[in-house]
Design a protein around this ligand. Structure first.
Ligand code: PLP
Length: 359
């Protein structure tokens, strides 16, 4: 039996996609082999990768000035590739620190020798909100932000306007969960395993001229131009992960595209936050209301000693992955695309029963 999976990442995937993967596992597209066994130079895999790039562009409404490339090394490798490509040793780049993943990106820029500058941080208030005023450098190579903060449950309500450099962003935990406005971005990336497939694939959307403006002399695998020039086929790309992402993107298209997905996600989040807010303080959301993430709903119980039995009881009822990130504790319900309203209903019923019993 399938459980209700509220994991923060890797996260839940749509059942119909998993069934399709199972169906095709021995004979993919009439090749007589699984997609994992097919050559990445074959015309079938080539066509599938190209189709996937097209899906990303069409779902996000990206024009021909954008390239979609497939990297490995997770979102975490992007933390290094960005400063290496665009700032270089001593180069100035700005960071907005909104929590764990942004902190890691900022620290990595320093490891790479860049002059990373903190343009804003919400650390003093435990990263419970998204800053709205910034102390930008004069001409940073880029302005870095983390679009949705998986650990603290915050997300940018809108992105900074008139930043002094191109925005670059980590969209890992809300990629394809809503329409993304990339107008002011030079690059956006997302580790696949939160919302669009298995780990091993990082989808990078980069403006071609921005990629071209990068520093020269980097190792090939760290240079965005290598991926753009070779259509992500410089070496063996993570074919299986791309294949699953392709099926997920189809699933999104069939559902009506990103505006429909966004509406569903908003409805799920509204239901859960609404319940939390009406619990008379028994449950308490940790993020400031104007910064709340619809993807990762983080909350505490007024009596924190009840959190352990709360999580254990949920698990007994088939709801898993509700523990907060190990760095912060508490409770976190990740409502990725494949988590349905039925899962949220099941969770709020459980929360009500738990409150009635312990309140
Ligand atoms: C999970 C996550 C990461 C880390 O991703 P890896 O692919 O494991 O490197 C980075 N950023 C955000 C926002 C995440 O949610």
């Amino acid at each position: 039996m399938r459980c209700y999976n509220f994991n923060g990442g890797p996260g839940a995937l749509p059942q119909s996609v998993l069934e399709r993967v199972a169906e095709e596992i021995l004979d993919w597209r009439g090749t007589g082999m699984s997609v994992m066994e097919a050559s990445h130079r074959s015309k079938e895999v080539g066509a599938m990768c190209e189709e996937t790039q097209g899906q990303v562009k069409s779902l996000l409404g990206l024009g021909p000035e954008w390239a979609v490339v497939f990297c490995q090394g997770g979102a975490s490798l992007q933390f290094a590739m960005l400063p290496l490509n665009f700032a270089g040793p001593g180069g100035v780049c700005d960071y907005v620190n909104t929590g764990l993943w942004a902190t890691k990106a900022y620290d990595e820029a320093k490891v790479c020798g860049a002059a990373a500058h903190l343009a804003a941080t919400s650390e003093a208030e435990a990263f419970t909100y998204i800053p709205s005023s910034f102390d930008f450098s004069e001409r940073p190579a880029y302005v870095y932000l983390c679009a949705n903060n998986t650990v603290r449950g915050t997300r940018w309500p809108s992105f900074p306007k008139n930043a002094p450099g191109p925005l670059v962003g980590d969209f890992s935990s809300e990629f394809m969960a809503r329409r993304h406005d990339l107008t002011d971005f030079g690059l956006a990336f997302a580790g696949a395993q939160k919302n669009v497939g298995p780990a091993g694939l990082t989808v990078v959307m980069v403006r071609k001229d921005f990629a071209e403006s990068g520093k020269k002399g980097l190792p090939h695998m760290l240079d965005y131009r290598t991926y753009v020039k070779n259509d992500s086929m410089y070496n063996t790309p993570p074919v299986f992960s791309i294949y699953v992402a392709n099926l997920i993107f189809k699933w999104i298209e069939d559902a009506g595209g990103l505006s429909e997905i966004e509406a569903r996600n908003e409805a799920k989040a509204k239901k859960l936050y609404g319940f939390i807010d009406q619990s008379g303080g028994f449950y308490r959301g940790t993020a400031r209301v104007d910064s709340r993430s619809p993807m990762n709903v983080t909350f505490r119980l007024a009596d924190e000693n009840l959190e352990k039995p709360f999580l254990e009881g949920a698990k007994k009822e088939g709801m898993v992955g509700l523990g907060g990130h190990r760095s912060v504790g508490g409770v976190r319900a990740s409502l990725y695309n494949a988590v349905g309203l039925d899962a949220v209903d099941c969770l709020t019923s459980y929360m009500k029963a738990f409150m009635d019993k312990n309140g």
